[in-house]
Design a protein around this ligand. Structure first.
Ligand SMILES: [Zn+2]
Length: 201
């Protein structure tokens, strides 16, 4: 690897393509790109760990990962995973970069889809909208025949219970939802069904 050590902004200009000035990266993304560029030198690759990159660039690790994902999505950088080692990053020529107008969408993608990742983040789930939730709830009630799945009551006000509570990483998928009477739902609270039944017996 041709490692180029750079101490001032003037040298930095030599490794960062001028076209990048107008590309529209935010300061964090630019910082990460600059770090990679200096590490890569001419035609090389950089394989610094994300945590040390984050420290060097004065940002949190999550922010650094987000910037790396963004740079990969818009085609400025290619990530090559090396099993058992930190990933390797390669700077790609400007001819292959996405249009700058794609940056906004790419940032959204970079913050929600941790697919370019060293250690995968916990998957994120979009919260259903109120009408979506009403539909989900309704289909749970129908599936469960309007009957509390914990005590069998069917003449009570019904709630839609998260079997594994959201606060414990549960999702809004149908498999994690159950019809519960108000009393059972309130009593169960943020416990899992197992903890709740264990505690009640
Ligand atoms: Zn019940």
């Amino acid at each position: 690897m041709n490692k180029v050590e750079i101490s001032d902004g003037r040298d930095l200009e030599a490794v960062i393509p001028a076209v990048l000035d107008d590309y529209g990266l935010d300061p964090y993304e630019f910082r990460i790109y600059g770090r990679l560029a200096r590490r890569c030198g001419s035609g090389g690759t950089a394989w610094e760990s994300v945590s040390s990159m984050a420290i060097a660039c004065g940002m949190g690790e999550q922010k650094a990962k987000q910037c790396l994902r963004l740079l990969c999505i818009v085609g400025l950088v290619e990530r090559r995973s090396r099993p058992g080692h930190s990933s390797e990053y390669l700077l790609l020529p400007a001819s292959g970069w996405s249009d700058p107008s794609d940056l906004k969408g790419a940032r959204r993608e970079a913050s929600y889809h941790p697919n370019v990742e060293i250690a995968p983040d916990k998957p994120r789930y979009r919260r259903p909208t109120i009408p979506e939730w009403a539909e989900i709830r309704q289909s749970v009630f129908i599936r469960d025949a309007y009957t509390c799945q914990y005590c069998g009551a069917s003449d009570q006000k019904l709630h839609c219970d998260h079997i594994l509570p959201m606060s414990r990483g549960g999702t809004n998928e149908l498999s994690n939802l159950a019809t519960a009477c108000k009393a059972c739902n309130l009593s169960k609270g943020s416990k899992t069904a197992k903890e709740w039944k264990g505690g009640a017996s």
